[in-house]
Write a protein that binds this ligand. Sequence first.
Ligand code: NI
Length: 635
Amino acid sequence: MSGYPRGMLSHPLDPLSAAELESIVAGVRAARGLDERHLVSMVALEEPSKSELSNWSEGDELDRSARITIWDRVAGLVSEAVVGVDGNLRSWTDIAGALSPVLGPEALDALAAAKADSRVIKALADRGITSPDDVHMETWPFGAQIPAGLDDGRRLIWTPMWHRPTPEANVYAHPIGGLRAIVDLDTGEVVAVEDQPGFPIPQTPAPYRASQTGANIELRELAITQPDGASFSVDGWQVSWERWKFRIGFCQREGLLIHDVRFDDEGTERRIAHRMSIAELVIPYGDPSPGAYRKNAFDTGEFGLGNYTNSLTLGCDCLGEIVYLDVAVTDGDGAVREIPNAICLHEEDFGILWKHTDELGHVEVRRGRRFVASSIVTVNNYEYGYFWYFYQDGSIEFEAKLTGIVLTLAAEPGKDYPSSTEIEPGLLAPFHQHIFCARLDLDVDGTANSVVEIDAVAEAMGPNNPHGAAYTTRETVLTVESAAQRLVDPFVNRYWKVINPDRTNHVGKPVGYKLVPGHTTYPMAHRESVIGKRAGFMYSHLWVTPNEATERYPAGDYPFQHEGGAGLPDWTSADRSLVNTDVVLWYVFGTNHIPRTEDWPVMPVERAGFHLKPAGFFRRSPGIDVAPSAPKHCH
Ligand code: NI
């Protein structure tokens, strides 16, 4: 199944359609007399507040608007306009000091300028490369110190380069060491060429296309068929599956979003979450070599990760009965681009949900199934899959799938590289971390919630612990923002629970959902480093803030070349109260990637994520109500 009806507009939280985006861009251009010096950095739905949403009912008029960020290349100024989807300008605000993220058209201009630069052409010729067309260049923001003399506030990118010796070669096998152009994004001028000789271009090819590798390990067909159709329904952007109901959202910065999550608990629809997204992704690199240390990109805030969403038509990304949703984004020149089949909705068998064989030999077993909402982006060398899973036991899981090709450097012969892995002779993959920050606006049975940290504690042996194996839990309400910047701690089995203090369960305890950390990492960059300051959110795994519509991105709204301190570290310095209020959890997680030779030439999927599980929310396991499988499936 594919090609879900496009342009159906039925709910205030629906993503902006292509027609709406066109009207918004045309409206702001006309109202403000914008011309080619003005680029469109970002367009985001102005989401209605919770009270506006609760006052809205189906059939009511939709008063939709968007926040559009305009970059004036000549004045070097970011402005934010709020524009109705009818094109009417509602407000215009200049944002002093902000810089636009990298935009597609200017990145293309920068690459063309670098390829045409006589210094680059000569440096390539010195390395035996006669045509710049055989060179793959990328535009990377400065994730670390900008070279002296260029640090006057202008927007810059630099261009790592790779050789393409044959038309279908894997370019990442052939990094061109020591050579980079630095381009002023706004003037399109190559302002510096860094050329350091002495780095032989690694020559070992790294083919991965089936036509090149002859990949021939095959298994017999495994068919996923749903002869009676899928068990979910999609109405506009709302999904109903099993007892779950939620809305799919999308924005060009964060990509896939989940809104308004509810669960039907024995006939009562109960609220669990209002909005969940991955609000930032930053990748600090740990090799001090010139080709690596600058690569600390904020893929969400500096690129707009959603802009790079794959069209899933072209591959075999999902199996079974699929519903795809299309999305639309606005490119820097204001052109609206549709991404067909951007979001995949489907069900997966997930093994057993529960089982017990009793003392009489009676067996009860239930197969489990999960609902999956997913999308995949390609940002230069890397792919990131965002997968949200909904389970029949009332739990939710987020899983990032990391794949694609590791970044590479050419080694200087005779030099040690203690912060990289040599994956082929002379070819290095620098150590790095992928650090995600989820923004989780949970509403557990309503908006008035508190957050509790739960540690398991063993008392000293003595009267309270006579046999030495007793342990209990210590619950600490995170009352203010300064007390709610926390680290994972597997030694005390730490987790956090969002509770509704005013709603109790059948044993008189507040209802709650817990956030269960999964595999994660801690930043290796020092806090006082440039990237440490710019991504200050990395230094706590959990942050909690009172919900503020303007507090969306943990490294601030405009991380591009920002000196740091914005976002979570800034907001939480107010030390606001978190008790019995509308809270937002910010959960920081990721992986420490010490590349393996087995990550080459394309990295098998690595995973990182977290679970949200009911904890005292239901009176018993919601899985009990799942019927046994039909006998034909069970023999
Ligand atoms: Ni990696």
